[in-house]
Design a binder for this molecule. Structure first.
Ligand code: GLV
Ligand code: MG
Length: 316
């Protein structure tokens, strides 16, 4: 994977709330997404567009990735959302998030519309990225084509609440395990999204957990997608941010270990180290596949700003 933006914590900010638009700027989330979709009532959407444009232009978002979630393409609002946001604040926007994506054509529409806007506004063409939310069966069945639909796509996101509704899942507890099912009911969906994302070098992002006061339960759910390889998760409340940043970063032990493997492998494969393909690092045999795994963990740690607490010393 190339150098992608950190997205361990992706904070939802309703575009209708001036208070949240202000407060979110100082919170330690990797990404914010200013919402025009489900967190904003239909009658409040026109006002929310204006609030978001002002917050993007006048706010101080630091190093955060700045995203706006527009409404989905079955609504009457999407085109106006995109036009007003990009015309108003296109230079201060990193990505547009498109919810309930069902086919590659949805992404193509957004890609072409962004290109039109960038051309007419004199903005660099192709700079604004796309985040695609998979929230129903049709979107999941088409996820490979969706992930491949535009070079602008940066992430594929699981939208569990809408997804559960779309497949008639017999539960209201978003993201939680189900007492009647002897496994993780989301496993297939998460893996399907992850495979599509990795096929096209995109990030895979897990969706929201609604019991916002139960941070331990959030952590449990987050750990499951992090273990599979997901890059981050939505956070709906400031209290979930630290947990997400921690869960989607490697542990200090894993980070140190990964950096050691990289140094050791570089040494052992060199002339001075004996030109070895497989070598011993302590009690562990390492080879090219170890280097690849270590590269992933080290990259996640470096992106999270972690520092090493050990170093490699070549054997005498
Ligand atoms: C998020 O949009 C979800 O539906 O879970
Ligand atoms: Mg949704």
């Amino acid at each position: 994977m190339g150098a992608l933006r950190p997205r361990r914590s992706c904070l939802a900010v309703p575009g209708s709330s001036l208070k949240m638009l202000e407060k979110a700027q100082a919170l330690p989330a990797d990404q914010v997404f200013l919402d025009l979709e489900d967190a904003v009532a239909p009658l409040a959407k026109p006002e929310a567009r204006k609030n978001i444009v002002a917050a993007l232009n006048e706010g101080d978002w630091g190093a955060k990735t700045r995203v706006v979630r527009v409404n989905d393409l079955t609504t009457p609002w999407t085109y106006r959302d995109v036009i007003e946001i990009v015309e108003g604040a296109g230079a201060n926007l990193d990505c547009v998030m498109l919810p309930k994506v069902q086919t590659a054509e949805h992404v193509t529409w957004l890609d072409l519309t962004l290109t039109q806007l960038e051309r007419s506004l004199g903005l660099p063409v192709g700079r604004i990225g796309i985040e695609a939310q998979i929230e129903n069966a049709r979107g999941l069945v088409n996820v490979d084509a969706i992930a491949a639909a535009s070079p602008r796509i940066e992430t594929v996101i699981f939208g569990p609440a809408d997804f559960m509704a779309s497949i008639n899942m017999k539960s209201l507890a978003v993201g939680a395990l189900h007492p009647d099912y002897p496994g993780d009911p989301y496993h297939y969906i998460l893996m399907r999204i992850l495979m599509a994302a990795r096929t096209y070098d995109l990030q895979a992002i897990d969706g929201p957990f609604l019991q916002i006061r139960d941070v331990d339960a959030f952590r449990e759910v987050a750990k499951r997608s992090a273990a599979l390889g997901f890059d981050g998760k939505w956070v709906l409340h400031p209290g979930q941010i630290d947990a997400a940043n921690e869960v989607y970063s490697p542990s200090q032990t894993d980070y140190d270990h990964a950096e050691l493997i990289l140094d050791a492998y570089k040494h052992f494969t060199s002339e001075a180290g004996g030109k070895l393909g497989a070598a011993m690092l302590g009690d562990e045999m390492i080879d090219e596949a170890s280097r690849k795994m270590a590269t992933v963990i080290a990259a996640k740690g470096r992106a999270a700003g972690m520092g090493r607490t050990s170093s490699f010393t070549p054997p005498e």
